[in-house]
Design a protein around this ligand. Structure first.
Ligand SMILES: [Fe+2]
Ligand SMILES: [Fe+2]
Length: 346
């Protein structure tokens, strides 16, 4: 009997007996329900590290032991906890990031459901996300900010584009733009909503607040310039706030760098001829524009640190987009066309 007919008969039989099918599916789910959850293990490790590395906890234990355990043993244990607490105070600056680091490591996993969806449903956004995560992490590390938080925040910053990926230019096939059929106000509303949608998706998936800040702050209160200009061509009296992102402006050095990396990566990618001077000029102009727009007014980042950030961006973007060798066209077409026989069996 034909294989496809047999398969369709089996499907029909299973549909006729839904309870059995449901039972089998539940049993299969129960069999595969134990999946090692590295993210949960890292969350637990982060909580444990926070307790162990808190000198207040150590000194409290030392006092409790001194009061409750009499004799030489109590003295020795108290001395140990006092010494350990003193070490923690001395190393506080260096070790304070360990619990957060453990936590962000769990969210840096590219197999997380939201990031897997992004790679499959919005591949252009995913590529942009990976590129700017490298920029953000390098620049954060160079100024002493939290590089891992910067990387993870960059991974999630555009997650809201999952709701309507085809409305964002990096996911559009050449010549197909759904905005051509929409009013500028509708287009601006869709573009703007990727921030709100991102925060919603992140909350639904339990993404922690410091990572959600990257979603909310990466566009600050910037105008959606393209659609604002288009709307003004039709009507000069349009309300500019309807064409602006909701904000807030970046509140930390990491989210400020994410905002700059987002703009720098997208602008350099659009250059027709990304020579090193053109890349440098674009990065400088992007950073100067964000400062001029007042978008970095709340971020704890100095002009000196911004010059370090700029140099990191120029170095990485030059490596990414410059120096591609144009290969000469092959003299003869490569003989890789399938033979008629092999095509028949495919
Ligand atoms: Fe965005
Ligand atoms: Fe982005």
């Amino acid at each position: 009997m034909n294989l496809w007919r047999r398969l369709s008969e089996r499907d029909a039989a299973e549909e006729a007996e839904p309870p059995d099918r449901a039972k089998r599916e539940n049993a299969a789910a129960a069999k595969t329900s134990f999946v090692p959850r590295l993210d949960i293990a890292l969350e637990i490790a982060a909580v444990m590290a926070r307790i162990v590395l808190d000198p207040r906890v150590t000194f409290a234990i030392a006092i409790a032991v001194a009061v409750l355990v009499p004799g030489r043993t109590g003295e020795l244990v108290t001395a140990f906890f006092v010494a350990f607490g003193s070490l923690l105070v001395y190393r506080a600056e260096r070790w304070r990031r360990i619990p957060d680091h453990l936590r962000w490591l769990g969210w840096a996993d590219l197999n997380k459901p939201l990031l897997r969806r992004l790679s499959l449903e919005a591949p252009g956004t995913y590529a942009h996300t990976i590129a700017m995560a490298n920029l953000t992490e390098a620049a954060c590390n160079a100024i002493g900010a939290d590089g891992l938080l910067g990387r993870v925040g960059a991974y999630y910053h555009d997650i809201g584009k999952l709701r309507k990926p085809q409305h964002f230019v990096e996911n559009q096939p050449r010549g197909r733009n759904p905005h051509d059929k929409l009013k500028p106000s509708t287009s601006a509303s869709i573009i703007r909503s990727h921030v709100r949608d991102g925060i919603e998706l992140a909350k639904e998936n339990g993404v922690p607040r410091p990572i959600r800040a990257f979603i909310a702050e990466h566009h600050g209160t910037l105008p959606i310039s393209y659609f604002l200009a288009k709307a003004r061509e039709r009507d000069d009296s349009v309300n500019a706030t309807e064409y602006a992102y909701p904000g807030p402006i970046p509140q930390s050095a990491e989210t400020a760098i994410c905002m700059l990396a987002d703009a720098a990566e997208a602008t350099v990618r659009s250059l027709a001829d990304p020579t090193p001077p053109a890349i440098r000029a674009t990065v400088e102009a992007t950073i100067a524009q964000r400062i001029g727009d007042g978008q970095l007014a709340d971020a704890p980042i100095t002009l000196r640190q911004l010059s370090v950030v700029r140099e990191q961006f120029v170095r990485i973007l030059t490596g990414m987009y410059h120096g591609r060798i144009e290969y000469p066209a092959p003299v003869r077409p490569l003989a890789i066309a399938p033979k008629p026989d092999s095509r028949a069996s495919a």
